[in-house]
Design a protein around this ligand. Structure first.
Ligand code: FAD
Length: 497
């Protein structure tokens, strides 16, 4: 049971699937283990999912670890900088109808302390302002459409994410992977010959067979290896997260402005994303098919699009939400949509791809057991899930869907305990450390959502006017944001240095 993932670095790896997960896996594995033969096989008949255009700061470290130039890949993928996510309409608490979840940086060290102090005061019964938008530089950058590039270089490393064209990112990573020695073959896997948990070989539609020491399933929601052939257990999150469908529409740009934030606005039965790329915008509606038909969802989304986008093509997507219990077993690792998916409210899927592959590499090099590796990945998935579920659990919107989300008691024990600790005016700090010390989300993220949605069972509502601490923090954030370059201007001159 506790045997090592692998006795040595695999000499040959076959990755099946050429979506973002496949190419991210290919380049990471080949760059870490240069002497390993890595082949990626992609079906010419099964398209990639073609959505997924927002990232967390993990993507910055992905490219840095591969020594890939930011300016080059961003240009190729029509990418923009992303400093955080705005969440309008999730809460009806006065003054807290919309809040910003920032990506934090060293620039926030003073104001984030002030923010936590302010939250403590509120939880002890003082009516003070706790809207995260007033306490983090990223929120001011977003308000002013700034890129996270300063006019003069700063001596500190800043965290940020990106928006990008997912198809172009796939193409770019494919080119880089092949340059680094990944072998590429177009073919469809027809059958998987396996014993109990080990894959012996694959048979392609070309009648060729493929053997490898490690097989990586990146075949998307279908999970050709892990789901169809190996029939690994799937742990559904559908009792906690109701959304199982999305409709996506790409629209032309209608303003000169180039936002540096994603907008994730609550809708009648789910939420809508707006993602700004250099050349177009990505729009989508993630919803529950139990509450809304695909036609209704498309209609609701279209009604909010600018005139120029009204006739644009809509793509409907079904989502399998949850994760495998065993991402790695025998000689097969699942990565990407084949291993699991959490709705993209916090744009975490590529971060989980990176986390899975890096954990596998570390696991081989540090002699992990499969059990240890799977637990690490499961914990990461579950902690992202809890953060996403929190948005639904503490919503205060009207409507059957939102009421059902709020009243749904199928939430994890950890999330339940953290919400109780927050609303009981007890010691949230120590509860946080005990319950969420290993969370994928930093303490400031938990404070941002709990304060940002104005969650309190106390009589005192969060302050709506700027008190002295919030005024001071906001002034600092606004002044600091002025050091940064307007995103549209930056890309107009295309000077990312
Ligand atoms: C609505 C929605 C919005 C999303 N938004 C975000 C976001 O903002 N941020 C984020 O990080 N992620 C997001 N994601 C997730 C993101 O799209 C995926 O994680 C990412 O695209 C990786 O997909 P994949 O490579 O696993 O699968 P896919 O893109 O589906 O690729 C599957 C590949 O497998 C190949 N294949 C399938 N069957 C076979 C076979 N039999 N033989 C050979 N090859 C085969 C296909 O040809 C294809 O190349 C979103 C997902 C959805 C559904």
């Amino acid at each position: 049971m506790n045997e090592r993932i692998s006795n040595s670095v695999p000499k040959s790896i076959a990755i099946i699937g050429g979506g973002t997960a496949g190419w991210m896996s290919a380049i990471l594995l080949k760059s870490h283990w240069v002497n390993t033969r890595v082949i990626l096989i992609e079906s010419p008949d099964v398209p990639v999912i073609g959505v997924g255009e927002g990232s967390t700061p993990a993507l910055k470290y992905f490219f840095q670890s591969l020594n890939i130039d930011e300016k080059e890949w961003m240009q190729r993928c029509n990418a923009t900088y992303k400093v955080g996510i705005q969440f309008p309409n999730w809460s009806t608490v006065q003054g807290y109808e919309s809040y910003f979840h920032p990506f934090f940086s060293a620039l926030d060290s003073q104001t984030s302390t002030a923010f936590v102090k302010q939250a403590k005061k509120w939880r002890q019964g003082e009516r003070v302002n706790v809207l995260p938008d007033n306490f983090f530089v990223a929120a001011s950058l977003a308000k002013k459409h700034k890129a996270i590039i300063t006019k003069k270089p700063l001596p500190i490393e800043l965290d940020y994410g990106y928006h990008f064209d997912s198809a172009l990112l796939g193409d770019y990573l494919k080119e880089k992977s092949i340059e680094r020695g990944v072998i590429y073959q177009e073919a469809t896997v027809d059958s998987v010959i396996h014993s109990d948990k080990n894959i012996d070989f694959l048979v392609l539609d070309t009648k060729q067979t493929v053997t490898a020491e490690l097989f990586v399933d990146c075949t998307g929601f279908s999970g050709v290896l892990v789901n169809k052939a190996l029939k690994r257990d799937f742990h559904s999150y559908s009792d906690m997260l109701f959304n199982d469908a999305a409709v996506a529409i790409q629209t032309p740009k209608v303003t000169e402005q180039l936002e540096s934030k994603t907008i994730s606005a609550a809708m009648s039965c789910g939420w809508r994303w707006q993602i700004p790329l250099r050349n177009r915008d990505g729009n989508g509606y993630v919803y529950s098919s139990k509450y809304l038909s695909s036609d209704e969802a498309e209609h609701e989304l279209r009604s909010l699009l600018p005139e120029q986008g009204k006739g644009c093509h809509a793509r409907h997507i079904k989502m399998r939400v949850g994760r495998l219990n065993e991402h790695f077993l025998g000689n097969c690792l699942a990565v990407g949509l084949s291993q699991g998916f959490i709705e993209p409210l916090e744009a975490t899927a590529l971060m989980l791809v990176q986390y899975t592959v890096m954990s596998y590499i570390n696991g081989v090099e540090n002699e992990y057991s499969a059990e240890k590796l799977n637990k690490k990945i499961n914990d990461q998935f579950d902690s992202v899930r809890d953060y996403v579920v929190c948005h639904y659990k503490i919503n205060s919107k009207e409507g059957k869907y939102w009421q059902d989300c709020r009243e749904n008691n199928s939430i994890s024990a950890n999330l339940n305990a953290i919400l109780q600790a927050w609303t009981s005016s007890g010691d949230f700090e120590s509860s946080y450390k005990e319950l969420l010390g290993d969370s994928a989300y930093a303490k400031a993220s938990w404070y941002s959502i709990l304060c940002g949605m104005g969650l309190s069972d106390l009589d005192i509502e969060a302050g709506t006017t700027l008190d002295s601490l919030a005024t001071k923090a906001l002034a600092y954030c606004e002044d600091t944001a002025d050091l940064f370059i307007d995103q549209a201007e930056l890309f107009a001159s295309d000077n990312t240095q």
